[in-house]
Design a protein around this ligand. Structure first.
Ligand SMILES: Nc1ncnc2c1ncn2[C@@H]1O[C@H](COP(=O)(O)OP(=O)(O)O)[C@@H](O)[C@H]1O
Ligand SMILES: [Mg+2]
Length: 270
């Protein structure tokens, strides 16, 4: 039992995370929490979804339990399972069950990666029943008001086939997390990387150019995360062209033509 207390303690966010709001996401999420409604964060990678969840958890003073979904994720991984310990079967709560029991925020990152039979366990939790059947234990948990369910997905590259089922998505309030305006994104990059605002602005301009390359075969342009990494390299003394190459252009593509186009963009800006 003490173990669980300790585990939950570790999920509390003690210090205010730096988060620059991009729209009304905070007000809507606080209202969702107050009404027991789950939220769905849509947006490209590296645009601030995880950071927002950390900020929200801090604001609500609730522990944040994050699960990165993948195609092997089973119901047992989420809900829990019996493990043999000293010849005895001992029940271990999974992260979802732990969050429900303790009134935490459970954040299922990249939910569409998880198997369909796994995502169905969240259905009764996501609607107004707010219940979690722990079938293997024959237990039905009712979520306390403090429990919140949040899921994220990337509508850009995740295929329509892997898209969420309407019966799942229609239970959520959806928040659109696209990249913020040039000014705001530059403010984030300057603050997180510790670079001058003029450099931050140029990095954001570069990112915005790469985000326009969809038709040329670039599935996803440079994220805020990549810009921050490039900025941090510059702070460490790496010249800007190299920083852009290792932090931005090379991570984005292996295609020689695309890389040439990306390098050209870098040269036009720096
Ligand atoms: N609105 C924002 N406020 C503060 N930092 C941000 C914001 N958006 C992005 N970031 C920065 O970008 C990084 C990547 O964002 P993250 O939340 O990990 O993206 P995602 O979860 O959407 O893939 C964060 O670590 C943070 O430094
Ligand atoms: Mg994330």
């Amino acid at each position: 039992m003490q173990d669980i207390e300790q585990k939950i303690e570790e999920h509390h966010i003690r210090e205010e995370p730096y988060y620059l709001p991009t729209a009304n996401e905070l007000a809507v999420s606080l209202a969702a929490y107050a009404t027991g409604t789950p939220i769905l964060l849509k947006g490209p990678t590296g645009c601030g979804k995880t950071r927002f969840m950390q900020y929200l958890a801090w604001k609500l003073k609730r522990p944040l339990i994050t699960v990165s979904c993948h195609d092997d994720l089973s119901t047992g991984d989420l809900v829990g399972r019996y493990l043999i310990q000293a010849g005895e079967a001992v029940w271990h709560d999974g992260p979802l069950t732990m969050a429900v029991r303790r009134g935490a925020i459970c954040y299922l990152d990249e939910i569409v990666e998880a198997r369909k039979d796994t995502t169905v366990v969240i259905h009764p939790l996501a609607d107004d029943r707010r219940e979690l059947p722990v079938e293997k234990k024959g237990e039905l948990l009712v979520a306390p008001p403090e429990f919140m369910l949040a899921v994220s997905y990337n509508p850009g590259y995740q295929s329509v086939l892997k898209d969420l089922k309407p019966s799942t998505r229609q239970r959520f309030l959806a928040l659109d997390f696209d990249y913020p305006s040039l000014e705001r994104e530059a403010e984030i990059v300057a603050s997180e990387a510790g670079v001058e605002s003029s450099l931050a602005r140029s990095l954001v301009k570069l990112a915005r150019m790469t985000r326009g390359l969809k038709d040329s075969g670039l599935v996803e342009g440079a994220s805020t995360r990549l810009l921050i990494q490039a900025g941090k390299l510059v702070v460490q003394g790496i010249p800007i062209h190299s920083a852009c190459r290792v932090a931005i252009t090379q991570p984005l593509s292996d295609d020689p033509e695309l890389l040439a186009a990306l390098d050209e963009m870098v040269r036009s800006l720096f």
